[in-house]
Design a protein around this ligand. Structure first.
Ligand code: 1GP
Length: 248
């Protein structure tokens, strides 16, 4: 069970790293290389999804991932066309930073019967899009505004609302390829308000130092995509951070 793994790591204060595969931005060879590097340790999950991915790409790329990694595969869908029974779990994202009803409940209603048939593990997720310093695909495609980067109190209140709605994890995302990752101040504010929930941070993490900052501020799991597509050799360095970090 993926949620049990996230929750156990959170309780034990163990840190986790997830590699995001976005089929719009990668290719077969690059995925195989990332699978090999991830197999050397320090990586807990593959996340899979993107803004434009369709069902044919979904099945092709998920088969490829399945064939080259033993790690759990979690769907991080940009749309209902990215559901697949080949994955282990689904982040059932409610974009509570925005005010687009389709991403709060509309798409969920369409997806729910299909998800049930697929027997995926469903993880109710508060998804908060945070301003990462430049327009992002998630902002454009979702037609929502990000939470301003210097307003941790808004992120904190939003995450708390998500917790009261019964969501099981919180995901703060500065958007794919963000100029600025989510700040340590904002991570700490959300961590403080949702102490019992696993906290995932993604968007614009490019260096081991940024990964360490996010963990130290309270992230349980970081998600890295773009910078690994640019330089796969960053993966072992991030894995070292995950293995070495000790947070009181
Ligand atoms: C984006 O959180 C993910 O939704 C990861 O972002 O691709 O910038 O690492 P990057």
């Amino acid at each position: 069970m993926i949620y049990a793994s996230l929750l156990n790591a959170h309780k034990r204060r163990e840190k986790q790293l997830a590699v995001l595969i976005d089929p719009d931005k990668t290719n077969r060879q690059a995925i195989i290389q990332l699978c090999e590097l991830a197999g050397q340790g320090g990586v807990s999950y593959f996340l899979w999804g993107g803004s434009l991915v369709n069902e044919i790409q979904a099945e092709y790329y998920l088969s490829l991932l399945r064939a080259h990694t033993q790690l759990p595969i979690i769907l991080f869908p940009g749309s209902i066309y990215q559901l697949s029974a080949q994955a282990d779990a689904l982040l059932f994202l409610s974009m509570i930073s925005g005010r687009n009803p389709e991403l709060l409940i509309g798409q969920h209603v369409l997806a729910a019967p299909r998800i049930k048939r697929m027997k995926l593990e469903v993880i109710a997720t508060s998804y908060l899009y945070i301003d990462g310093g430049r327009p992002s695909s998630v902002g454009y495609m979702s037609n929502t505004q990000p939470i301003p980067a210097d307003k941790p109190e808004i992120a904190r209140a939003t995450a708390l609302a998500g917790k009261y709605l019964g969501h099981k994890i919180v995901y703060l995302d500065a958007g794919s390829g963000a100029l600025n990752p989510v700040s340590p101040e904002m991570i700490a504010a959300v961590r403080h308000e949702t102490e019992d929930l696993p906290l995932i941070i993604g968007g614009g993490i490019r260096t081991p130092a940024q990964a360490e900052q996010a963990f130290t501020a309270g992230a349980d799991c970081i998600v890295v995509g773009n910078s690994l597509e640019e330089d796969p050799q960053l993966l072992p360095l991030l894995a070292e951070v995950v293995k070495g970090i000790t947070v009181p």
